[in-house]
Design a protein around this ligand. Sequence first.
Ligand code: PMP
Length: 364
Amino acid sequence: MARAYNFSPGPATLPESVLRQAQAEMLEWGNARASIVEISHRGPEFLSVAQGAEADLRALMSIPDDYAVLFVSGGATTVQALLPMNFAAPGGHADYVLSGHWGKTAVKQAKHYIEPRIVASSEGSEPGQFRDVPARDAWKLSYNSAYVHITANETIHGVEFRDVPDVGAAPLVADYSSSIASEPVDVSKFGVIYAGAQKNLGPVGITVVIIRRDLLERSGQPRAEILDYRAIAKGESMLNTPPTWNWYLLGLTVKWMLEQGGVEHFAALNARKAALLYGAIDGSGGFYRNFVAPAARSRMNVPFVLHDEALDKAFLAESEAAGLMALKGHRALGGMRASIYNAMPVEGVQALVDFMGDFANRNG
Ligand code: PMP
């Protein structure tokens, strides 16, 4: 069986070389005489893996020294609950800008602890319909907000901020789950960047939280130590047993990105892949359509519909048979979605575009 081109939104495709290395090292890591998953997280072997992954991620993303990098479990959703607990005072408020589904989940998680204020939203007249980022000049940022939260890339709606918005004094907090390390980003413009790893950074089960260190001094809400980012930073993300296997795989994936040429390389590659796919959609004479405003189209997740939804089943079955998997759209939007993260090669997108052209010819 050959591996298919996998367009899954996450858990998502990983570089084959990373999987092969993990396979080769599964029984014995280095000279540890055991697998990396069988040894103490406090031993020298795993500590070298953990510290290497952090150093490589810092190099990949040019993360300044005045930022802490945490490796935690619980996914991006848990971060969304911990943000207000750590960075907003009891009775406080924070501003949320909505450009899709995941911004809404951030609000949902926060409202148990603070007043989340939706200061801008691009939701259309139909609930759940997002096709753009809200225009910056319409944001009504509130006075003394604990932070301003955005979703850098909305994985379901395929809506992406193409510029880092200026939000003034409040720290900008960004959910980068589905676009982290996909292009150069000036980390110093953010208070917090967070991302579940399962799209661009490797396996599900580990989450990266990058925090400007001065924010760790905020007292936040009363909380247990295990929910306290300052304590987690001090404990080097090892207050309890960390997900060692996931951390190891993340490290291999980050190293692979550095070897490929870093974020500049992926920015160029991702631009090429996105241009190919959107070009095929826009050039199909209406057979395929994507509804997102061109300036906010995601380079990572490309939702599209067929002109006749009766063809969806055949499209999915035939694409699967052609070695293109996981193209079914999110249930909230229907249609199709192709997720084309860093590890998706141009050849995969070219194969998809060729299939789409052929399918349209046969069914147009
Ligand atoms: N934010 C974004 C942008 C996402 O794409 C996802 C997951 N697809 C989440 C948050 C939730 O992440 P998790 O499942 O890791 O909690």
